[in-house]
Each structure stands twice: as structure tokens, then as C-alpha cells.
Design a protein around this ligand. Structure first.
Ligand code: MN
Length: 228
């Protein structure tokens, strides 16, 4: 047994729907501007840009159903996203082999301190402070691909307090899931345990304490999150 000088930090585990099993998380990759209408609402041209990725911290994942309004921001936005969970790693993975690397799917929120992210963009700084903060990745349970299929299309919708704010379809992704895996694996050794947050449809906006967020994607377990 290894002697640790401090208690071992908590592992990040996501429940698998309909079982007593959990998915252990290694890394959280996120793609930026992956739905044309969202790219336009953020002030960019969807035709010209190659995909880019950033990361959240593994321990930013939160499956409690509560999102505490974070400090040092007065403009925190929701971004509803399909989450892809990998069961196999590699580098230079071919698009046609990409689905062999997927365990399953879930629903996640890429919570964003938009005001801080805006400062980072303007000053050419990294985005972490706007994206990778405490509990910034609320997630629901995962469903295995063997049960839900490849998730190439289907409704993706976010309601805030009974009002639909985001309403898109997974087939509107600019960079499809196999392309995301192929491109990511050129730059990184991806691995079992990695998650990919696949981008958000149009309609992002601010939240306030007390808001109730309901995220749905066809075939997956609904994500319910309350802002506290
Ligand atoms: Mn996002």
C-alpha cells in the first residue's frame, strides 16, 4: 500500500443510469462554438473557424442537482451540452473508428462566468477563470451507447423556470462526434475516463439564484439543476 502524506483527493464518479455502477472521470474536454446559431450569437463566423477545445477540471463535475452561484461574477450563463464518455483511449484515432471509443452519453451544463471569459478573450488570456471553476459542470447520469445508440440527431433543449431557452438538434453540430474524437486525439492521448462536452445550441443566457434548469436530450436522463 502507498503511504500518502495527505488524504487522497476524492475521485470524480458519474452514476450510470439504471444501475449501481459509476463512470470514473479522468479529463473533461469541451469544444467551443460547435453550433452555427450559437457561434453567430457569440459574434463569430461559423464558416471560417476550425474547431478548438478547452478543458474543465475533473472535480468541477457536480451531480448533486444544485449549482451554487459562483463568486467574482455577475453574469453567469448556462450552456446545455451533450456529454460523450469514452471507454477507450488512443492517439490519431480515425473518424470511422471513433464510436469504438465511446461508452455512453449524458447531459451536462458548461456553466460560464461570461463576464470573466469576456475579459480573457479581450486580453488574449486563457479561459479557465471563466470556465473551469467550482461546480461549473453540473451533470446527470450516463446512459450506455448500447442502450441509446450513436446520438447523431435528436432534440436538445433547456428550460429555465418553465420557459424554453435553448432548443436545437444534435444534428446541428458543426463538428460531429467522430470528428471531435479524431481531432482531439491528434493533439492529446485521449483515454478511458475522458469526457467530451460537445458544444451548446443557441440561446445561452444568464441565470440567477432560485432558477430551475431542466435539460433534456432525446433518449437520455433529464438533468435538473437548481441555482442556489
Ligand atoms: Mn460550451
Amino acid at each position: 500500500m502507498t503511504n500518502l502524506v495527505i488524504p487522497e483527493p476524492k475521485k470524480t464518479l458519474i452514476p450510470v443510469h439504471g444501475s449501481d455502477e459509476f463512470f470514473p472521470v479522468r479529463r473533461v474536454y469541451c469544444i467551443g462554438r460547435n453550433y452555427a446559431a450559437h457561434t453567430i450569437e457569440m459574434g463569430f463566423d461559423p464558416d471560417k473557424e476550425p474547431p478548438f477545445f478547452f478543458q474543465k477540471n475533473t472535480d468541477n463535475i457536480d451531480t448533486s442537482g444544485q449549482f451554487p452561484y459562483p463568486p467574482e461574477s455577475s453574469d453567469v450563463h448556462y450552456e446545455l451540452e451533450l456529454v460523450v464518455a469514452l471507454n477507450k483511449g488512443g492517439s490519431n484515432i480515425k473518424e470511422e473508428d471513433a464510436y469504438d471509443h465511446i461508452y455512453g452519453f449524458g447531459i451536462g451544463l458548461d456553466m460560464t462566468r461570461r463576464d470573466l471569459q469576456g475579459v480573457c478573450k479581450k486580453m488574449g488570456r486563457p479561459w479557465e477563470i471563466g470556465k473551469a471553476f467550482e461546480r461549473s459542470a453540473p451533470m446527470g447520469s450516463l446512459t450506455p451507447m448500447s442502450e441509446v445508440g450513436k446520438m447523431e440527431s435528436g432534440s436538445i433543449k433547456l428550460q429555465v423556470n418553465d420557459e424554453v431557452r435553448q432548443d436545437g438538434d444534435l444534428d446541428m453540430m458543426i463538428w460531429k462526434i467522430p470528428e471531435q474524437i479524431a481531432i482531439l486525439s491528434k493533439f492529446y492521448d485521449i483515454s478511458a475516463g475522458d469526457l467530451i462536452m460537445t458544444g451548446t445550441p443557441a440561446g445561452v443566457g444568464p441565470i440567477v439564484k432560485g432558477d430551475k434548469l431542466i435539460g433534456t436530450i432525446d433518449g437520455l436522463q433529464t438533468l435538473n439543476v437548481e441555482v442556489v
